[in-house]
Each structure stands twice: as structure tokens, then as C-alpha cells.
Design a binder for this molecule. Sequence first.
Ligand SMILES: C[S@@+](CC[C@H](N)C(=O)[O-])C[C@H]1O[C@@H](n2cnc3c(N)ncnc32)[C@H](O)[C@@H]1O
Length: 250
Amino acid sequence: MNLKVFYHPECALQKCKDILHKLTLGTEYSFNYNLCPDPKSLEAGSLYLDKLDQLVFVGEENQKPIVFSWEKALQFWSRESYSFKKTPLLKALGVKEGDHVVDATCGTGMDSAFLLHAGLQVTAYERFFPTYLLLQYSFLYEKQQKSLSENLPLKIIFGDYATNDDQWECPVFYDPMYDDGSKRKAKTNKEMSLFHKLLKDTEDDSEKAAQLLREKTKRLVIKRAPKGELLLKGPNSQWKSKSVRFDLYI
Ligand SMILES: C[S@@+](CC[C@H](N)C(=O)[O-])C[C@H]1O[C@@H](n2cnc3c(N)ncnc32)[C@H](O)[C@@H]1O
């Protein structure tokens, strides 16, 4: 499949192309590049290489472009002052520093960044190609710029965790779609609404997905709104904070 990527005349085009090329290896995707000095003239959801060499999703009218940055996501978590070891997610995962965790639905990468910041090794799955591109582009670009450590223990996999043959010995974290009926607004802002709209078409049946994940792993943690319905019956335990609940299935 040929995807259009627009670029600002001042971006370091060859460098950006080299990174993007790596991301298509082994996939059905390729790119064609089109000069565009003003991204405002582009349709919302277009992919754009801006003059800072960032790969962004063009936002809807009057909204900022959507850009992912592992560096910024890690900085966000490092500004949080609470004790990481005591957070409900880590308790639910039952992990210690250096352990491996699968994030089955990477999305914006904020939860994966949290897990990395807590000292875990993370394998993150993302099956929506544009999202995968933004995640993986930022990962490779920022490592090249040395704003991310070369040794950051993160592997981003393009694909569906469900159809992947991997069996995971480690705990798996599952965050279903954004509009799961909960009132959860965490990290959702105006710009991200476009992103959520794009993803809505690819939405799974979360209950089936949870069941499948349960069969593939020995320890599954599902993120829910504090009063959200259970996706699977009979969690072994639940950990809650003000804005979120984690249900553990062993
Ligand atoms: C609610 S978001 C996850 C939010 C994420 N925890 C964060 O911090 O942004 C769900 C993401 O998982 C992806 N996804 C949904 N089902 C998937 C599947 N079966 N395999 C891989 N990725 C999936 C979607 O494309 C979407 O980007």
C-alpha cells in the first residue's frame, strides 16, 4: 500500500526518508513524498514531516498536529513525584525492576513510557500502521539524535497481538479502546480526539480480546475506569487509583 507523506521544504528529507524506509521493511507499505510548505492546507490525518524533522498527524482545523515523542513521554513520567513501586499498575503486574512486560495495545505510548520509566523492559504491540509509524519513527529518530538512550529496553512491534504467535511468559498489560464507555479522560485532549476517531473504525470487541489475551498469558492486567464494567469475570485482584482501575487475572 502506498502512503502519501508530505514534507516541509526545510526538513532533512533524506534522513527522514531513511528512517521511514526502515519502518516499511517486511510490510506491505511504501511511501511517496510530496512537498508541502503549509500543512494547514492538508487534510486532517495526513502524515507530515515538519521542519524539525518530526513525523506528525495533521490535526483538524485549528488543532495542533499530533506528534509522539518517547523522550517527552519519559520526561512526563519523570516529573511525577509519586513512588513508582507503589503505583497500582506495577502492583497489579507484580514486577520488579528489569522484568519484562508486554503492552498489548501501545497507542500513544504513554503507558509503555510509564513502564519503561519504572525500569521494565517493554514489548509494545500496535496494529494501526500510522500510529505504529509515529511511535517507531520517534523511537529511531530520537535514538539517532541521542535524546533517547541507545539501550532503552523497548521493542515496538507492528501487528495484532491476537494473531501473533508469541506466547508470553511475562505479564501482559491490556488497555482497550479509548471510548470504552468509561468516563476516563486521562491524557485525552482536543488534538487526540482526531486520533481516537481514526482508531474507532478498527475497534475490537474488548471482551473477546481480553479472553484471547487471557489464554495467551499467565498474568493479565486490564486497565478500566474506576467504576467500569469487568471485561472478564472473576479478577483475582483489583488495584484502584482515583482515575483508573487495574484488574488482575492469573
Ligand atoms: C486505548 S489505546 C491504548 C492506549 C495506551 N495505553 C496509551 O497509553 O496511549 C489502544 C491502542 O491499541 C491498538 N490496538 C487495539 N487493538 C490491538 C490489537 N489487537 N493488537 C495491537 N494493537 C491494538 C489501537 O490501534 C490503539 O492505538
